[in-house]
Design a binder for this molecule. Structure first.
Ligand code: GDP
Ligand code: GDP
Length: 443
């Protein structure tokens, strides 16, 4: 049996988060994982080095490594800061690696991180770093007291134990990466878009109804990363908005960091609002953000902001741009807003609800097959090399987002798969969500 796919959302890679105090060797370890010297640890003043994600490959398995490096200059205190980091890792990662400097031993901050991570339902691997030789092993053993099981001794700098550690990380990884499961509470929304489209302005407008998220972690109040916002009579959790609330400088080099933050926010969310500036041409950078959402398989709402700044001419021009550049996501729901005047902002809620409903739609198998049978009778798959493939059966394998598997006697051409997607959408809706169609060939 072989497979093909529409090339629509591929499943996101499993995520390994590396957490720990500054200077324990997280970046050095991540570079080990990557097998090269990654040139990203660039310090632009005013930029918090926050959660840098890389794609890694070990023993034929790909995964994403997130270096949760960011240390905010503001004095919330180291222990609170690391607890926040650990909380975030628990929300978004499949495996968590806590790095401790064995030459220093367990500090108060390490203990605070360990306390948080002991609650994790994800595997946590404790790394005793800077064990450069045999003599260091006894320091490593001392870290049992963190209550996270066996400390795994490595030297990130010299590579000692790094290969074995990677095997361990891979073993701890789930078969399928974690999905955005409902964790209860408000639905999770990512507010994303290229710089200057108005994300901070929109958040500030929404935040007039904001209730602060007070996560009490072992007695410390953690600086919240998310904002709970009331919109359309309902509470929503806007994820990872810390960076939007306290705006970092837009000096050069930040775009890269912004895109990584976007990725983390999308991963943590169920639905993404991609904000666009209606008064400017839809750019490649806008398209990249949209692609990130689709590839992560999240529901999508397009919000055209700055509607107050539009004149008649630009309005017509924009409609033409949308027809031309947005046809690949004609299914996305669209709302016109102004963060400045508040126009349309309330309507965001209904768009979010609709997109989430589509994202969670499950079509009963019988209904699906009745529909497909009629469809295929009317328009059978075209013959390739003389013989036309026969579609035998279709099933919806998954939701969040909907994924369909078509069982067929032969490959289905891309054009025909797009036809199936279009018809499925016409029949069953799916406004606001990507859908995936894969084909399994059985002779
Ligand atoms: P991060 O702040 O946790 O990302 O830490 P870095 O990776 O930047 O490392 C901090 C310092 O510790 C650097 O000077 C590294 O060279 C050093 N370091 C990292 N790993 C090791 C190790 O295994 N052994 C020794 N001796 N030094 C290390
Ligand atoms: P961010 O980088 O996406 O967070 O964007 P900001 O919220 O910082 O907004 C960038 C600029 O656009 C600022 O000068 C805002 O005042 C302006 N802006 C944001 N929303 C609107 C809007 O709805 N209408 C108009 N006219 N300007 C806006």
């Amino acid at each position: 049996m072989s497979e093909q796919s529409t090339g629509a959302p591929s499943r996101a890679l499993p995520v390994v988060a590396v957490v720990g105090r500054p200077n324990v060797g997280k970046s050095t370890l991540v570079n080990r994982f990557l097998g090269r010297r990654a040139a990203v640890v660039q310090d632009v003043p005013g930029v918090t080095r926050d959660r840098i994600a890389y794609e890694a490959l070990w023993n034929g398995k790909s995964f994403t490594v997130v270096d949760t490096g960011g240390w905010e200059p503001k004095a919330t205190g180291m222990a609170a800061s690391i607890a926040r980091q650990a909380e975030y890792a628990m929300k978004t990662a499949d495996v968590i690696v806590l790095v401790v400097d064995s030459s220093v031993g367990a500090t108060e901050t390490d203990l605070a991180a360990a306390r948080v991570l002991r609650r994790s339902d994800r595997p946590v691997i404790l790394v005793a770093n800077k064990v450069d030789d045999e003599r260091g092993e006894s320091n490593a053993a001392e870290l049992w007291k963190l209550g996270l099981g066996e400390p795994y001794s490595v030297s990130a700098l010299h590579g000692r134990g790094a290969g074995d550690l990677l095997d361990l990380v891979l073993d701890a990884m789930p078969e399928a990466p974690r999905e955005a499961e409902p964790v209860g509470g408000p639905r999770r929304v990512a507010l994303v878009g290229r710089p200057n489209v108005g994300k901070s302005s929109l958040l500030n407008r929404l935040a007039k109804d904001e209730r602060s998220v007070v996560d009490s972690v072992a007695g410390t109040t953690v600086d919240p990363v998310d904002s709970i916002v009331t919109l359309g009579g309902e509470e929503w959790r806007f994820v990872d908005t810390a960076g939007l609330r306290r705006k970092v400088s837009t000096a050069s080099g930040t775009e890269y960091y912004a895109s990584l933050r976007t990725e983390a926010a999308i991963e943590a969310a169920e639905v993404a609002v991609v904000l666009l500036a209606a008064d400017e041409v839809i750019s490649e950078q806008d398209q990249r953000v949209i692609t990130q959402v689709i590839e992560a398989g999240r529901a999508l709402v397009l919000a055209y902001n700055k509607w107050d700044a539009l004149d008649e001419d630009r309005h017509h021009q924009l409609e033409r741009e949308i027809d031309r550049d947005m046809s690949r996501i004609a299914w996305a729901s669209r709302v016109n807003i102004s963060a400045k005047t508040g126009r349309g902002v309330d309507r965001l809620a209904q768009h979010l609800r609709a997109a989430l409903a589509s994202w969670e739609t499950r079509v009963p198998t019988a209904e699906l097959n009745t529909f497909i049978r009629t469809l295929v009778q009317g328009t059978p798959p075209p013959a390739r090399g003389g013989k036309a493939p026969k579609i035998k059966y279709v099933t919806q394998a998954d939701v969040r987002p909907p994924r369909f598997v078509v069982f067929s006697t032969g490959f289905l051409e891309a054009g025909y798969r797009r036809f199936l997607e279009r018809k499925l959408r016409e029949q069953f809706g799916f406004a606001g969500t990507p859908i995936d169609i894969s084909v399994k060939v059985r002779e």
